[in-house]
Write a protein that binds this ligand. Structure first.
Ligand code: SF4
Length: 372
C-alpha cells in the first residue's frame, strides 16, 4: 500500500507503475497545449526517468485546428520545436505528431463553404471534426489493443464525470470504447486539483522547453480546454474556451480580452471579427429559410452571407498579415458554392414545376451530405 502524502508525487508513482506494467505498449500523450495536458506530460516524463524501463514507442500528439488563438498557436508551435530538440539531446525517443483536420472539416470551409452557422452550445459541430476525429483516426491506425493514451483529465470538475470515473476500479486507468478498436486511457492527473496541476507544472523540470510563465499568462480568463478525445469522462466543450479564436460557444471571449489587456494587442482584430460573426449568425436575413433537410427553420448561411464572411476574412488577413484560409481550402469553398447554387436552382425549378415536397426535400437532403 502506497503512503505518499504529496498528490503530485503520488501521480508520479502511479505513472511509474503504469509504465513498468505496460512497457511494450505504444504510449500516446494527447497534448493540447493547455495546463492539464502540460501537467500530464511533465508527470509522464518524471515517471519515465524513475521507471527504469525503455518504452518501445512514445508519441506526443497535437492537433492543430487551424484556428487556434494566435498567441496559443505561437506558444505551442515554439514549444513543440524546442521539445523535439530537447528530447533528442536527452536521448528520449519521443515522436512528435502534428495532426490537422481534413479540409472539408476545417472551420472556415464549414462556415463559408457549406454555410454552417458558427457553433453555439446547442449546435457545437466543431469539436468533433477539428479535434476529436483527427486524434481518433490517428489512434485507429495504430494497434489500439496495444496503445495507451495519456490524457490530462481530472475528476471533480463535474458530477457526471466523477460518476463515470467512479465506475472504474482504478481511477487512473479507463477504457476508451471506439468502433475501430478499444484502447486504454491513462489519467496521470486524475486526482489532482487545479493548484496541484500548477504545482506539477512549476515544480517538475522536464521538459524545459515548456514556458511555465507564458502558459500561466495564457490562462488568465480561460475557463477550460476543448477535449481531444470523446471519452465519457472528458469535459464538455461548453466551458472550454481555451482554444479557437473563432469560438462563439461562449457569449464573451474573456480569454482573448484578458490577453489583449495583458499586451497582446494584435488579437484585437480577431476578437472584433469573432464578435461580428456571432451577431451575423443571428440575423435571419443571412440564413436560408429552410434547413438542408428541407424542413422549415433557420438553415445555412445564404451564398451572399458567405461571400460577406469571406470578404471580412480577407480584410482580416490583410490587416493582420496572416493566412487564415489557405489556397486548398479556398478551392474547396468555391466547389461547395457551385454545388449549393446548383442544388438551390434545381430545388426552385422543382418547386415551380409543382414537384412533391418529398422530391424537393431529396434535392436538399442530397446536398446536405455532398462534399463532406
Ligand atoms: S474551442 Fe470552440 S470553436 Fe474550437 S473546437 Fe472547441 S467549441 Fe469549437
Amino acid at each position: 500500500m502506497l503512503l505518499i502524502n504529496d498528490p503530485v508525487l503520488l501521480s508520479i508513482e502511479m505513472t511509474t507503475e503504469a509504465l513498468r506494467a505496460r512497457s511494450t505498449a505504444h504510449w500516446i500523450i494527447a497534448f493540447s497545449g493547455g495546463k492539464d495536458s502540460s501537467a500530464a506530460l511533465k508527470i509522464f516524463l518524471a515517471a519515465y526517468r524513475r521507471a527504469g524501463v525503455r518504452l518501445s514507442r512514445i508519441t506526443l500528439l497535437y492537433c492543430d485546428t487551424g484556428v487556434e488563438n494566435p498567441v496559443l498557436d505561437a506558444y505551442v508551435k515554439e514549444f513543440l520545436r524546442k521539445a523535439e530538440q530537447e528530447f533528442a539531446e536527452l536521448g528520449l525517443s519521443i515522436n512528435i505528431e502534428l495532426l490537422k483536420a481534413p479540409i472539408p472539416d476545417r472551420f472556415f470551409v464549414r462556415i463559408i463553404g457549406r454555410g454552417y452557422p458558427p457553433p453555439t452550445n446547442s449546435f457545437r459541430w466543431c469539436t468533433t471534426g477539428l479535434r476529436i476525429k483527427p486524434v481518433s483516426e490517428f489512434i485507429a491506425k495504430q494497434n489500439p489493443n496495444n496503445t495507451v493514451v495519456v490524457l490530462g483529465l481530472r475528476q471533480s470538475e463535474s458530477r457526471q464525470r466523477d460518476r463515470a470515473l467512479a465506475l472504474s476500479p482504478n481511477l487512473y486507468w479507463q477504457k476508451q470504447r471506439e468502433g475501430k478498436g478499444d484502447y486504454d486511457l491513462f489519467l496521470p492527473i486524475v486526482e489532482l486539483s487545479v493548484p496541484e496541476v500548477w504545482d506539477a507544472i512549476f515544480g517538475l523540470s522536464l521538459p524545459k522547453a515548456l514556458n511555465k510563465s507564458a502558459l500561466e499568462t495564457l490562462y488568465r480568463g480561460a475557463s477550460g480546454e476543448c477535449p481531444v478525445i470523446k471519452a465519457p469522462t472528458a469535459p464538455p466543450c461548453t466551458s472550454g474556451r481555451f482554444g479557437c479564436w473563432t469560438c462563439t460557444v461562449v457569449r464573451k471571449d474573456k480569454s482573448a480580452s484578458e490577453l489583449i489587456k495583458s499586451g497582446h494587442f494584435h488579437l484585437e482584430p480577431f476578437l472584433t471579427f469573432r464578435d461580428w460573426l456571432a451577431e451575423f449568425r443571428n440575423d435571419p436575413i443571412n440564413r436560408w429559410h429552410t434547413r438542408r433537410n428541407g424542413r422549415a427553420g433557420l438553415g445555412p448561411f445564404t451564398i451572399n452571407a458567405r461571400k460577406e464572411i469571406l470578404r471580412r476574412v480577407d480584410a482580416l488577413e490583410d490587416s493582420t498579415r496572416t493566412t487564415i484560409i489557405d489556397t486548398e481550402e479556398r478551392g474547396v469553398i468555391a466547389a461547395l458554392w457551385t454545388m449549393d447554387n446548383f442544388a438551390r436552382l434545381a430545388f426552385r425549378r422543382q418547386s415551380d414545376l409543382g414537384a412533391s415536397k418529398s422530391d424537393s426535400d431529396a434535392i436538399l437532403g442530397n446536398l446536405s451530405t455532398a462534399g463532406t
